[in-house]
Structure formats: structure tokens, C-alpha cells
Design a protein around this ligand. Structure first.
Ligand SMILES: [Fe+2]
Ligand SMILES: [Fe+2]
Length: 254
């Protein structure tokens, strides 16, 4: 079939289209990108070259997303893929499943670091909980929020010693900030304490790079325990929709 382009040729054409499309768009980064590099600036801000408009809508540099994206689509097309991050979530959920946790808490383990893998590291428990709050059982988002503080406090009876790795990561004499200590005090007296603790117990830092857990292992659990909005994440009208839209289109000008 002489008129049919080979896969390589099709990929070349697509790449050319993307470069062309990108050339017509001025892309400004948010303050946050610069702050992360220690700079208090917006860079070039709204600087536009001749014939350019500001990027609004889909970002041609990122994988195309379906019109009505699901949680699984965000795993596939946005969340950090490089080892070990998605595997950290998948292996933690796999362990929770092996340990016989209830389904909703297996989902909690699968999503516990969605803040890190999908959005922002700093205060990742709070961001992650906010992202999933409209779509999961209240106990799950509560547990995701408090696992951040609980990680710093041992509960040997529950099978959670202070992580040796934290001594290396944060220093032998690291002291948590007051808001973390206060959050832990509240969590320790909460009726769902053990759910937060179970996330910590199954929060695997000893990654097994010989084990590859696939997201498909949890398709049914996600289906039963994550209330996927029919409009797609970001297109629905919840207090978290804007976060999903921002992850989808991180460089929209406004
Ligand atoms: Fe975490
Ligand atoms: Fe984790």
C-alpha cells in the first residue's frame, strides 16, 4: 500500500505537528516552578513572540488525554512514571492486599502518595487527600491526609517502628514541625487511627525492583471504591476539580 505511512513516518508527522503547534504558543510557567528552584519570579511571564498566543487548553508537549479522563488515565498520562514512584504506590497496595486489608484501604494505599506522584511533594498527604476527597470514602481520604504525620511516629504494637530510612533522609536528630506533632496528637485520638496507621505499615520503602505490579491488578477495586465522575476528573464540579484540571494542563496561562 504505497500511500500508507509507516509507523515511523506517522510518528515523524505527529512530532512535526506538535513542534508547529508549540511554536504558535507562548508558554509561561507558574511562580511555583521558579520558587522550587529558589527564585521568586515569574520568569518571562506573558512574553509573546510574533504570531504567538498564550497556551490555553491542551498542552502539545504532554500525552493527549481522553476528553473525560479517569483516575487510571491520570496514572497513565500524567503521574510520574519513572522508577520507583508508580511502583511505590502499586507495591504498597499489593502488600495491603496480601495483608488482607479491606478494599477501601487497599485503595487508600494505592493513592496514599498521589500527592507526590501526581502533584506536589510538600505537604503531600494534605494535597493527596484533597484530590481524592470527593471520590472516596471519608475514612480513606482522612487516612491519606494523616499518614504524612503518622510516618514520623512509631507504633511498635501496630507493627510500625520509626523508619531507619528517615534517619538517613532527614538526619538522626530531625524533629517534626509543630503542625505535624499537633496533627499526630489529633490523629492518635481519632476513631480511624488504625486506618491511617495501616497506610504507614504498608507504605513500602524497601522497593523490590524484581517485582513489577501492574495497575490492572486494582482495576476492580478502583471501580468499586473510587466514584469516577461520568464527566471526567476535572470536568466535574467538585472542590477538587481544579486540581485535576491543573495537572492535566499545568501551563495554562490563566
Ligand atoms: Fe507518604
Ligand atoms: Fe509512601
Amino acid at each position: 500500500m504505497p500511500n500508507q505511512l509507516s509507523m515511523d513516518q506517522q510518528a515523524d508527522v505527529l512530532e512535526e505537528q506538535q513542534i508547529e503547534e508549540l511554536g504558535k504558543k507562548a508558554i509561561g510557567k507558574s511562580l511555583f516552578y521558579f520558587l522550587s528552584d529558589g527564585e521568586q519570579t515569574l520568569g518571562d511571564g506573558f512574553k509573546q513572540g510574533p504570531g504567538q498566543t498564550l497556551l490555553m487548553g491542551e498542552d502539545p508537549r504532554l500525552p493527549k488525554m481522553p476528553d473525560k479522563p479517569t483516575l487510571v488515565d491520570f496514572f497513565k498520562y500524567r503521574f510520574a512514571k519513572a522508577w520507583p514512584y508508580q511502583q511505590h504506590l502499586l507495591q504498597s497496595a499489593n502488600l495491603a492486599q496480601k495483608n488482607g486489608l479491606p478494599e477501601k484501604m487497599i485503595l487508600g494505599c494505592l493513592l496514599h502518595d498521589i500527592g507526590v506522584a501526581g502533584f506536589i511533594r510538600s505537604d503531600h498527604g494534605y494535597w493527596g487527600a484533597q484530590m481524592i476527597e470527593p471520590y472516596v470514602d471519608e475514612e480513606v481520604s482522612w487516612a491519606v491526609r494523616v499518614h504524612q504525620c503518622m510516618r514520623f511516629f512509631a507504633d511498635e504494637d501496630a507493627g510500625y517502628p520509626y523508619p531507619e530510612m528517615y534517619k538517613k533522609m532527614f538526619g538522626e536528630d530531625y524533629q517534626v514541625e509543630p503542625y505535624i506533632a499537633e496533627e499526630y496528637e489529633r490523629a492518635r485520638n481519632h476513631k480511624w487511627y488504625m486506618s491511617g496507621r495501616m497506610i504507614c505499615v504498608n507504605d513500602l520503602y524497601a522497593f523490590d525492583d524484581t517485582l513489577v505490579v501492574e495497575l490492572e491488578q486494582f482495576t476492580d477495586i478502583i471501580g468499586r471504591n473510587f466514584k469516577q465522575p461520568k464527566e471526567g476528573l476535572g470536568n466535574d464540579n467538585t472542590p477538587a476539580s481544579h486540581i485535576w484540571r491543573t495537572i492535566r494542563r499545568p501551563c495554562n496561562a490563566l
